[in-house]
Design a binder for this molecule. Structure first.
Ligand SMILES: C[S@@+](CC[C@H](N)C(=O)[O-])C[C@H]1O[C@@H](n2cnc3c(N)ncnc32)[C@H](O)[C@@H]1O
Length: 317
């Protein structure tokens, strides 16, 4: 329905006005985009009630174990040991399963989230019990004590998991050079002030420490039209970003993110680019971008094609 509405409206207005789509007034284009995008949520995702059916719990357990094993593999490849290492996850989302699995593997762990998920018995009680069972069954960790402590307390004892609700912009809860590595997955596209966040990450990473950050550059309101957010003029974009609590994704493009890492002092070790824009969509998008009031309207096409980047960064020793 949503997808068919725009071409239909477009044909109608073109027939009435004889104007090509790229020459439509911005107000009409903005209105048609609004129709096609979901409305802003009432609350940030981490504060909405969580589904706790068996399928959701099993999927979330898989996700936590998969990421924890990937992070362990990353550290081992970098020549670091997990045992006793201090690890921080920025923007963990609805549960802290990744870091708690790494704690069961011997790491010391912390999380920071601008919207830190509160404990919900229906979801977290079930989730951590299922995670414990999986780690035990598959001998994934060396100790179940971190999860036992969380399950018993129905909360996160600070000796098991350090937490801060301040978000990446203010990580003053942690000390200079505390962390051997910082991880994030699908977080930096939701951040408003990257320069502040990266300065904080620099401060609390030890010399020679690592960062591994996956960023999804798509417009999260409609992933199949991944660049629509770029069409918004700067003021409108900032308003939209705030209305959606940042969940719409960001206008910032991969090369700007790389520059921000480098400006903070990090060395960029690798930038994997696993996802590019669909060329048919891109061909229709570019004329609309060129005719928009976007800050990106004159950007070269090749700088707009990458939709996902995995950055590995290092603070020089
Ligand atoms: C799309 S979720 C990703 C959750 C999880 N990392 C995953 O892979 O499923 C984005 C997370 O980033 C958090 N976030 C948004 N802005 C943030 C900020 N400025 N600092 C820290 N976390 C932030 C959100 O609250 C949310 O938990």
């Amino acid at each position: 329905m949503e997808i068919n509405l725009i071409p239909r409206a477009r044909r109608l207005v073109e027939r009435l006005g004889g104007l090509p789509f790229s020459a439509w007034p911005h107000e009409i284009l903005d209105a048609s985009r609004r129709i096609a995008s979901p409305p802003p949520p009432a609350l940030p995702e981490n504060f909405r009630r969580l589904p706790h059916d068996a399928e959701t719990i099993a999927r979330d357990v898989d996700y936590a174990v998969f990421n924890a094993q990937a992070y362990r593999g990353f550290l081992e490849q970098a020549g670091d040991t997990l045992d006793g290492a201090w690890l921080l996850e920025l923007g963990p989302g609805r549960n802290f399963g990744v870091m708690l699995t790494l704690a069961c593997m011997g790491a010391r762990v912390a999380v920071a989230d601008r919207f830190l998920a509160p404990w919900e018995d229906d979801y977290h009680g079930r989730f951590y019990a299922a995670l414990r069972q999986r780690i035990d069954r598959e001998s994934i960790g060396q100790s179940l004590a971190p999860l036992d402590a969380v399950i018993a307390a129905r909360d996160y004892p600070s000796a098991v998991l350090m937490r801060t609700t301040a978000g990446g912009e203010d990580l003053s809860a942690f000390s200079d050079g505390q962390f051997d590595a910082v991880f994030s997955n699908a977080v930096f596209e939701h951040v408003r002030d990257h320069a502040r966040v990266f300065a904080e990450l620099w401060r609390l990473t030890r010399p020679g420490g690592y960062g591994s950050h996956q960023v999804d550059f798509r417009d999260h309101r409609a992933l199949e039209r991944p660049l629509e957010l770029l069409l918004l003029a700067p003021k409108r974009y900032r308003r939209t970003f705030d209305e959606y609590f940042g969940e719409c994704g960001c206008q910032l493009r991969p090369r700007e993110m790389s520059q921000l890492f480098e400006c903070a002092g990090f060395h960029l070790l690798t930038q994997e680019r696993p996802r590019q824009v669909d060329e048919a969509y891109f061909a229709g998008f570019l004329p609309r971008l060129r005719a928009s009031r976007s800050a990106y309207r004159e950007w070269p096409a090749e700088a707009l094609r990458d939709l996902e980047v995995r950055y590995v960064v290092r603070k020089p020793s």
